[in-house]
Design a protein around this ligand. Sequence first.
Ligand code: COS
Length: 394
Amino acid sequence: MARYNIDERQQAIRDQVAEFAKEYIEPVSKDLDHRDNPDRFAFDLYRQLGKVGFIGLNMPPEFGGGGKTNIEYTTLIEELCYHDPAICLLNAVAELATYPIIHFGNDEQKKKYLPKIVTGETIPAFVLTEPAAGSDAANQITTAKLDGDDYVINGEKIFIMHGDVADLFVLFLKIVDPETEAAGKPSKKVSAIIVEARKDGKLIDGIKAETLQKKMGMRAATTGRIWFDNVRVPKENLLGQKGKGFKIAMNTLDSARIGVAAQGLGLAQRALDESIDYAKKRVCFGSPIAKFQATQWKIADMSTQVEAARMLTYKAALMHDQGIRFSLEAAQAKLYCSEVSNFCINHAMQIHGGYGYIGEFSLIEKLYRDQRVIEIYEGTSEVQRLVIAGTLLR
Ligand code: COS
């Protein structure tokens, strides 16, 4: 069934992604899942996403971006995720990591970094999470200390999407101030610094990165662990104001959560479509299982929730385009869509039975694995509930 658009420009994006998927995703999707191999980053597809203008879709045209609306970008993510959640994630992570530069960087930083991010040449990463700073994002242990004209960075980061392969980090940490240091305390305030992590493809001195292995799903978009050992970065790489990094991170996550909602939506829609298709074909007790009420009720509940998820997602994206604060709506959309994607893929598995559980027969096994992290990254469901209740009760 055709999808409902709240803006007529969405259809062109849906059509473009369908074409892209046919040519570039479908032939390699299964292979890039690396089910039986070590996780590896899908470099070729990443560059292709840049080449066709998907990475820069809503980025500023003066730096090579497409200048499209957030509604259109959200549609891109919904549709990419429909075709392959892991490939979609390649695009979504580029947006997450670039948003702070677009919205908080100075002109020089934008000129220097954005054009090559947009084309897919430079791979950026949003480097926030630490072993003890996941949901508690302000609890940063990584530090930067001014030494002459450089910051010297020490610390460790984990669960960083594309952190193992990225060329550029938007790194969150605490700057050690001479005054607070004298009192034996690092600053309580988080800051953000841009780190050019690679030179000629090799990590610069003091940075070590590895790919985390045996990830449950989303295996073509890798996740890394990064160590910083006296890494020197010029002081002009400070992003935004010193001590304002937490707001930069929260602001970025507000926007990214609409994208994660769109991921949940795309995956849920695919689970529904695969289920409808299968239910019409699969014969049991002498008739297609689509004839049974047990199947019909599942399909009815899935489709109703998918449509509600779509409305929440595009309401948040529209508010973003209208310049209205959307932290609450992004959290509601992310929470609801991620849980709907769980509901739908679980029902899809039940409808497909053994043909869903075994990966060689259908897409359901892959989608089931890809889905779970949507409820975890960029703020768990519990964090979204905190944000929602906190906003309403403040
Ligand atoms: N946009 C801008 N500023 C924000 C903000 C937002 N969405 N949310 C909070 N802030 C600001 C607040 O205004 C406040 O500023 P002041 O100190 O000037 O008053 C400051 O940030 C702290 O706000 P608050 O006290 O509400 O933050 P908390 O420490 O209570 O935040 C949660 C707690 C759990 C909501 C937050 O840490 C969070 O979202 N954690 C999840 C992080 C995450 O998604 N991690 C996933 C990995 S990243 S891929």
